[in-house]
Design a protein around this ligand. Structure first.
Ligand code: SAH
Length: 369
């Protein structure tokens, strides 16, 4: 369907901001003086109601609906596959108009439901413990493709029109495939659409952007996007971090920690989350735990200890449970909350660091079967 629409040249409006919507309405013949009002109506239908056809837009005259339908589309990307974990985690593999794919994961918990959103197809960072990093970087996702991940999840959860409360999808983490701060402009545009009060209306407090440490973009992230920040720290010494998070060679720990200290809006109410993947015998010693505490001293912070999620051919093992507990104990005693993240969706390769390559492999085997 998507391909056919491309052939007919229809432009998808999902992911467009108000100015773009106004320009599109002008193309469809709406007079200048009506543009603002019409753009507002269109916005409401797309992002508040989630409609997928122009025909439902009852406050627009039929000829206008037809003129819009002729030129534009509100279709979602194709869902190439959809999987449900035994723990309720859901994963969608989306195929975009050019055939490129990215994954989105919905993680239901008792008090919230988090959508893990991708920012790129593949990744350039090559973190050694991350499956996505074993795959070549293909391209940045557009704002439309980032917003579309949310639309697809909302469609599946039946959350249109945007519910004021009692939502299933309450939080977003930019922790899927890719490095969001290497796709800053598109991620920013997408998140501004998602946060807009007259549409999807997710508060910036419920959105967390995770970076492996693109230091020069961190201040702008705080100033121009304003969501919570998570930092994939994973090691407390440059020699180890150089190896497992290679972007550290460009932006070493001292610079990364300085950027964290200076993160705009940082306070006890708005802490940085430091993610720390537990790799057996690599970064999990008690000396590492003590060094971690020293490193983040003075930064309002939470520590997220992530048991390593293995993947075929991974060069690491997950730390032993006792070691994770002893590590957490040191961090806790220093006054930091350090929940150990329960892996979710491991059975469908939806857990942290497992995205995308597995889906490709699985699809090949499906084809073979
Ligand atoms: N590029 C960004 C966004 C990805 S977030 C970043 O690095 O922060 C994905 C999170 O999962 C990161 O903290 C990443 O380091 C972590 N992760 C990657 N592979 C993992 C694995 N195999 N097990 C557990 N966590 C992993």
């Amino acid at each position: 369907m998507q391909a056919a629409e491309n052939v007919t040249g229809r432009v998808n409006l999902v992911g467009a901001d108000r100015a773009t919507l106004a320009a599109c309405l002008a193309q469809a013949g709406v007079p200048e003086r009506q543009l603002r009002m019409r753009a507002q109506q269109l916005w409401h239908w797309i992002y508040f109601r989630g409609v997928q056809d122009f025909d439902s837009m009852s406050n627009m005259a039929k000829p206008l609906r037809a003129a819009l339908a002729e030129r534009f589309s509100l279709a979602r990307p194709e869902i190439a596959s959809e999987q449900l974990s035994v723990d309720g985690t859901r994963k969608w593999l989306l195929r975009f108009a050019d055939g490129k794919e990215a994954e989105t994961v919905f993680i239901p918990e008792e008090d919230r439901g988090t959508l893990c959103v991708s920012s790129q197809v593949g990744c350039t960072l090559n973190c050694r413990f991350c499956h996505t990093g074993t795959q070549l970087m293909v391209r940045n996702l557009t704002p439309a493709e980032i917003v579309a991940q949310l639309m697809v999840a909302r469609d599946a959860l039946g959350e249109w029109p945007s519910p004021p409360d009692g939502r299933k999808l309450t939080n977003i983490v930019m922790m899927g495939m890719g490095e969001p701060l290497y796709n800053f402009d598109n991620v920013k545009a997408a998140l501004h659409i998602v946060m807009d009060n007259e549409g999807i209306a997710l508060s910036r407090r419920r959105i967390t952007l995770s970076t492996a440490g693109v230091v020069p973009m961190m201040a702008r992230c705080g100033e121009e996007i304003g969501t919570n920040l998570a930092v994939s720290l994973h090691a407390v010494r440059d020699d180890i971090r150089d190896e497992i998070v290679p972007i550290n060679r460009k932006y070493p720990l001292a610079e990364l920690m300085a950027a964290c200290r200076n993160y705009p809006g940082l306070s006890n109410a708005r802490r940085i989350t430091f993610e720390y993947v537990m790799l057996k015998g690599v970064n999990d010693s008690l000396a590492d735990a003590r060094e971690l505490v020293r490193l983040i001293r003075g930064i309002p912070a939470k520590i997220n200890l992530i048991p390593f999620n293995a993947w075929p051919g991974a060069p690491y093992e997950c730390s032993d449970w006792e070691q994770i507990e002893a590590f957490a104990e040191i961090v806790n005693r220093a006054g930091y909350a350090s929940p150990v993240r329960t892996p979710r969706g491991r059975d469908i390769m939806a857990a942290c660091g497992q995205l995308k390559s597995a889906s490709q492999r699985q699809r090949k085997s499906e084809v073979a079967a």
